[in-house]
Write a protein that binds this ligand. Structure first.
Ligand code: HH2
Length: 284
């Protein structure tokens, strides 16, 4: 009998996306219903997600704004239901401190904020008070308009400097160093190819800041731009290629819609890396 390879934990963690929204670019409306969202979250966990990211407001340009009350009504019951049945970390994808507070009270342990705690004047203080982990993501501009002519002189340098400054601001507000994650914000105020690709290729510069880095490339538009305008649900191959490139550059976690396929790709990629012979020393 051929022994089954041990399912060792992966070096990079996989965050599964659960959008409880009617209008997300990637899976718009499919899991808006509470039961469908819970079933989807369970499936992602069964497929090997290490953690889940629950979002109740789409960040795509043109998405309808959601009130605090509606966003809480979308995410909190799901967070509570998941907390009751899994030990996996649950993240809440929100820019609103009131929503983060309600989600943490319901069992979330990570606040994923695409504004890097800049949306509300009390965001930094609330993050420190909640004591949860935080993802500080780079975005140029506002979600509604961010894709109208984004500009950088040195995209990797500017995003790295921004993230370093936001990490400093979080530390100064009282967020513990070990609770801070950074994210370059692929697709958020970035030209599809001239900004997103150098950021993935140069991710090691952000990793060098010394915080774990989360990378979200799954189904994003730059993949369609490289492949005949492929629709979001036709971007799996590109999503996996970009996730592996990010992990190779040091990403600690990838935020993905297609968990099973990403876990499989990472498993194979890591197993091959582990089998690589150590390089021979060649005196120059
Ligand atoms: N991307 C999206 C949403 N949240 N958070 C982080 N930290 N990094 C990302 O790259 C990121 C994010 C966009 O993806 P999705 O949730 O599928 O779409 P929408 O915002 O339309 O719901």
């Amino acid at each position: 009998m051929i022994a089954k390879a041990a399912q060792s934990p992966l070096a990079a963690r996989v965050m599964g996306v659960v959008n409880v929204t009617p209008d997300s670019f990637s899976d718009g409306g499919r899991f808006f219903d509470a039961d469908a969202a819970l079933a989807h979250a369970r499936r992602l966990l069964a497929e090997g997600a290490d953690m889940l990211d629950v979002g109740g407001e789409s960040t795509r340009p043109g998405a309808a704004p959601v009130s605090v009350e509606d966003e809480i009504a979308r995410v909190v019951p799901l967070v509570r239901a998941l907390r009751a049945e899994t030990a996996a970390p649950i993240s809440v994808d929100t820019m609103k401190p009131q929503v983060a507070r309600a989600a943490v009270a319901a069992g979330a342990s990570l606040w994923n904020d695409v504004t890097a705690l800049r949306h509300a004047p009390d965001s930094l203080a609330v993050a420190a008070e909640l004591g949860c982990e935080v993802v500080l993501m780079h975005m140029q501009g506002e979600p509604q308009t961010m894709q109208a002519e984004p500009r950088y002189d040195d995209v990797v340098g500017e995003v790295t400097a921004f993230l370093a400054a936001r990490a400093e601001a979080a530390l100064a507000a009282g967020v513990a160093r070990e609770r801070i994650w950074l994210d370059p914000g692929i697709g958020f105020g970035k030209d599809m190819l001239s900004h997103n690709l150098p950021l993935i290729a140069g991710l090691d510069r952000i990793v060098a800041l010394g915080f774990p880095v989360l990378l979200g490339v799954s189904r994003k538009r730059f993949i369609g731009a490289l492949d005949q305008d492929a629709a979001p649900d036709q971007r799996l191959g590109g999503s996996i290629a970009a996730a592996l490139a990010g992990v190779a550059a040091g990403a600690a976690a990838v935020r993905v819609h297609d968990v099973r396929e990403t876990v499989q790709a990472l498993r194979v990629w890591e197993a091959i890396a582990a089998a690589r012979p150590a390089r021979r020393f060649e005196p120059g």
